[in-house]
Design a protein around this ligand. Structure first.
Ligand code: CA
Length: 221
């Protein structure tokens, strides 16, 4: 995620909220740097404040779209900025939020725009008898509810994006934890074990497979 927001407190609470969800977050406090980041790096979603020092949010958005950059953008506006909100949507913002807002609301919007952007219509991911609702974050295995921690959920969501595909420990680490770790850490293995245990429930059969020497994958069915 890229968050372009000059109010430190708001930027901080967004960063914390998103990182708790396992997102990797870059925060930028001015429009000029925000524009450079947005145009030179690839992000899943950009959260863009309108009133910024330097280049303003609408100008960033206008230029992104002019360059045919379709990255999902959620615009943040103040309560009084109705015109900006409308202009933002006209310029190709995917959604907007009026300050103040709950970070949970932002997270729900992020999931929604990211899903729309990837062309998926459903908020429910499935593989075999495993069902994950990305909005309510409910997980079920064979109809039995499974309670996961935030990390375990992110891990499962990542594997579920492409059942059958093998993900290396490094890929999982980078995506779910989002920062550089000692590649020898056993963080991934420990969390996979916990996730397996929870998903297996009473039968000992887990949908997560180890591919020796490579990494892990979720069984297709
Ligand atoms: Ca601002």
């Amino acid at each position: 995620m890229l968050v372009v927001e000059d109010e430190k407190q708001i930027a901080g609470f967004i960063r914390n909220g998103l990182e708790e969800q396992g997102f990797t977050v870059d925060v930028c406090d001015n429009g000029n740097d925000g524009y450079v980041l947005a145009t030179t790096q690839s992000f899943d979603v950009i959260v863009l404040d309108i009133m910024l020092p330097g280049r303003d949010g609408l100008s960033i958005l206008r230029n992104l779209r002019k360059q045919k950059n379709a990255v999902p953008v959620i615009v943040l506006t103040a309560r009084t900025e109705l015109d900006e909100r409308i202009e933002g949507l006209n310029l190709g913002a995917d959604d907007y939020l009026t300050k103040p807002f709950y970070v949970e609301e932002l997270i729900a919007r992020i999931h929604a725009v990211a899903r729309r952007a990837s062309g998926e219509q459903l908020s429910i991911l499935q593989a075999g008898d495993l069902t994950v609702n990305l909005i309510t974050r409910e997980v079920q295995r064979g109809g039995r509810p499974v309670t996961l921690t935030t990390r375990e959920f992110s891990l499962l969501e990542y594997l579920l994006r492409s059942p059958g595909r093998v993900y290396t420990r490094t890929q999982i680490l980078e995506h779910v934890w989002g920062y550089d770790f000692d590649p020898n850490t056993n963080l991934v293995d420990v969390h996979i074990q916990r996730l397996r245990k929870k998903l297996a429930g009473t039968d000992s059969d887990s949908p997560i497979e180890t591919v020796r020497g490579v990494g892990y994958r979720l069984r297709k069915a």
